[in-house]
Write a new protein. Structure first.
Lengths: 122, 142
């Protein structure tokens, strides 16, 4: 019975299946856009935190490099801090890839020098 | 409010960022450059301090709870028109640029910002602000 109705609908309105397919693709596109925004927001926050971690590790390494010249025991501490810096930089690269992914999903963006844009607009 | 280092000789900077970890780190970077830095987590408190204290530079994030950084920019310039401002943003879009232009933002810096860029920009804008306003006029509240 229902199969008969579908056939009848297709005969009366041949584009019905095309419209349904288009709606499905639109929903899929919206889901991907939402996912991109979610990933982008999280990656942005992680990126800021990782830069804080990396920045403080830089401060610590700078001081330890100076202090290690007078105390050999600090050499191993400095090596540990260098591992933190290296890991943080790797994590920053990963989050930048996530940001690039989210940007490509949410909008067609390009790198701009915002200060230049402002000056040009003025 | 977080404690400020009063030994800074390069100038007084008011930093506004609701991310306490990032704000604390940026404050630390600026202090290594000899600046006296105070860090506030919201725009309302920052606006009060702009109105009651002297500053050489305001650095503000855009996304803040309550009043945004761009609204703070507008209101600060009503009170202290010559105060240099740096807008920090993790989303440097043209819309933001246009809004900040309307509010006469001095400069944008995209987060994360390198320590070298942060110190260079702070030094440049404070020197330019002093040169423009005269040696003794450094963002005095009206």
């Amino acid at each position: 019975m229902s199969e008969g109705r579908d056939l009848a609908l297709d005969e009366e309105c041949p584009s019905a299946r095309t419209v349904a397919g288009g709606q499905e693709r639109l929903q899929q596109s919206r889901r991907l856009e939402n996912l991109g925004q979610l990933v982008g927001g999280a990656a942005h926050d992680f990126n800021n935190l990782l830069n804080v971690i990396s920045g403080y590790a830089d401060f610590a390494a700078e001081q330890l490099t100076s202090l290690a010249k007078e105390d050999d025991r600090l050499e191993s501490v400095l090596a540990d801090v260098e591992q933190i810096r290296t890991a943080a930089q790797q994590a920053i690269r990963v989050t930048r890839q996530l940001l690039a992914f989210s940007n490509s999903e949410t909008a067609d963006r390009q790198v701009l020098d915002v200060n230049e844009v402002v000056k040009t607009a003025g | 409010m977080e404690a400020s280092d009063t030994s800074g000789q390069q100038g007084r900077i008011l930093l506004v960022d609701d991310d306490s970890a990032l704000g604390g780190y940026l404050s630390r970077v600026l202090r290594t450059g000899g600046f006296d830095v105070a860090h506030e987590l919201d725009a309302y408190t920052a606006l009060l301090r702009v109105r009651t204290e002297q500053w050489d530079l305001l650095m503000t994030d855009i996304e803040l709870p309550g009043m945004s950084g761009l609204e703070l920019l507008d209101r600060v310039h009503e009170t202290v028109p010559g105060l240099p401002v740096v807008v920090l943003t993790g989303n440097p879009s043209v819309d933001y640029a246009a809004s900040a232009l309307h509010g006469s933002a001095a400069e944008f810096l995209s987060k994360p910002v390198s320590p070298g860029d942060l110190l260079a920009k702070a030094t440049e804008l404070i020197e330019a602000g002093r040169a423009g306003a005269g040696l003794d006029l450094t963002g005095s509240p009206s």
